[in-house]
Design a protein around this ligand. Sequence first.
Ligand SMILES: [Zn+2]
Length: 449
Amino acid sequence: MTIAPALDRVDLDVLGHEMHALIAELYPICRSITGNGFRETLNRLQRFIPVTMHEVPSGTQVFDWTVPLEWNIRDAYVKNSRGERVIDFQKSNLHVLNYSVPVHQKMRLEELRPHLFTLPDHPDWIPYRTTYYQRNWGFCLSHRQFLDLPEEEYEICIDSSLENGHLTYGEIYLPGDTADEILISAHTCHPSLANDNLSGVAITCSLARYISQLPRRYSYRFLFIPGTIGAITWLCLNESVVPRIKHGLVLAGVGDAGALSYKKTRRGNTEIDQAAAHVLRHTGAESQILEFSPYGYDERQYCSPGFNLAVGRLSRTPHGTFPEYHTSADDLSFVSPHALSKSFSTCVSIFSILERNRTYLNTNPKCEPQLGERGLYRMMGGSTDNKTSEMAMLWVLNLSDGNYSLLEIAERAQLSFDSIFDAATALKQHGLLKDATMTPSSEATEKRA
Ligand SMILES: [Zn+2]
């Protein structure tokens, strides 16, 4: 499989800057869980990779939820008595409580106040607030801006619509040698916020483009969906596909300067849990592994008990634990090309292990085979590399009894997956290993190939 080796040909520095430029392009668009901002975002991704756009009508019942009315917005402002826009949607789309119903009227500050949202602890930042499932309207503004509002009459206008329409989501399916799938999911519903989750959108887009050009064992499915309702809708409408999903990753908050963190699947000991832990441990950088909890992003839906999929989550600083989270400070300067490219290569390393991981049987299990006679023992130089590859071969031979995958052998041997994989490849070439899962007929096919 060539998914990891091909990474050597990618200029990660250039890719990091390309992903940052894509985030900068998408950043001004006013997205929500439905509406034209979401469509516009998917349209722009089409430049890089063919994304299939799906439209699900408002009112569609999806498990315990209903696809909401479609929300669109053209303009919004609060004007003072001199007709000046003191809060202006055109300056930042965060100024509008996302999913606000239309309103156009005059009112005094005291009447307006319950509809204003600020962050007193961070007086220069605009909070990001939503009202998807409760009819309301409002404005978000910096606390400093709020304190400057004199007691007078204001003209309030939110030129939005909340009507029967559709929930839009984007999907890319890349068939592989097997129908077994790896799912990559990014929520795409936030307006001008960079880390949460344009970082996930940009990396998902780059992964799809990268993997589409390479031979692959697994089929890959990439989803650009509105948070929560999008995952619920996709799972409800695609239940027949779900059994094919063998591994998955939710990508969210992957562009900030914090250490990489992997949140385990609900099952907690799946192959992707092992692969992600192995990759993070071998990056040499600080990282953390988080246990599953039913709070977070769309892993909540993929790991609900009725599905219980092997879907983990890759993030950097976990959501809600950095002050910039869901504020105007989660801007373009909060995400960096370097962090984005490192998150990208981490995903590739995880998929590359999944692509190559196998379980073998030692064909010569009674005592050690004569490795020297087969040219597999390179004792002469005694270099560290040779020592590692010899240890790797001994571990693979010893643990290849059908119960350990190469990844599990790497973990037990405390060696990198790559050295265990290389050892297994050499041993297989000398007939000392055979695929533990192979039936006699598929073995014959492989021999002919
Ligand atoms: Zn969020």
